[in-house]
Ligand binder design. Sequence first.
Ligand SMILES: C[S@@+](CC[C@H](N)C(=O)[O-])C[C@H]1O[C@@H](n2cnc3c(N)ncnc32)[C@H](O)[C@@H]1O
Length: 288
Amino acid sequence: MHELGDFPPGTVWLVGAGPGDPELLTRKAERLIGAADAVFHDALVGPGVLDFASPSARLVYVGKRSGRHSRDQASIDRLIVEAALAGCRVVRLKGGDPAIFGRATEELEACRAMGVPVRICPGVTAASAAAADLGLSLTLRGAARRLTLVTAHVRAGEALKLDWLALADPRATLAIYMGKAAASEVASELMNAGLAGDTPVALVENASLPGSRRFLTRLDLLPLAARTALGRGPAVILVGASLRGSKSGLPDDGDDSAQCRTIAPRSAPDSGAKPWSAAAARTNSREF
Ligand SMILES: C[S@@+](CC[C@H](N)C(=O)[O-])C[C@H]1O[C@@H](n2cnc3c(N)ncnc32)[C@H](O)[C@@H]1O
């Protein structure tokens, strides 16, 4: 049994809950969740993860999904700090990795400002889980030397201002978080900045969870794919040559990770207009 020397009363851990599958929690995350007196958790914390909490722990939902916020960030910061100052062992449980698009800085600063010791336990981020579901690598030797994580989320009424020229790098993989609503803008901006319309794109919804859905398409069809194929679950959009896979293509059809649908142009000739490998095109493909 761990001594909990790293989790005395009155301290806070920002813990990565991973993408949803409880088996993707780190052992450290499981231990911290089990030791917490209070767990403040997000909307994207997968079912099953909270089962590791002690029956006596106070579980507080502080989720925020697409504008439907249960609490604003300042209230969340205050709740965590108050619980720690009251002598609780506090876990702030966040989907994926707490330090990736997770408002971790605000929570770290709020704790430090009040003298509350706070630490981070990393988690598996959505892009990694999406690549695993696809059976693909996010980098590809010689073809994708850089991985960029970017959010396409903007506040209501704000324009999406990104450095499109830098993002439209054909030798990089782009992982776009919170990109469903802006898919059309993302595709046109990347193409205007020079990225080819047939650049491979994957959309993965509910990565790592039993209801995971995966689609392979191309950049010029991203708006259609995001509009027609995705449901209401969280989704990550991957863009780049690494999605073509290795020379041997995607995994065999018998492998669960190959269960993707391809979204291709009606007239996609075999001349190379399809961005994905022949193996991918074999899998349960369908034309729009
Ligand atoms: C506020 S961000 C949090 C990201 C999280 N900290 C991480 O490292 O994965 C929420 C976005 O992450 C992505 N996301 C989180 N969980 C996901 C999942 N299981 N499958 C696909 N995308 C996911 C979606 O783009 C979602 O809109």
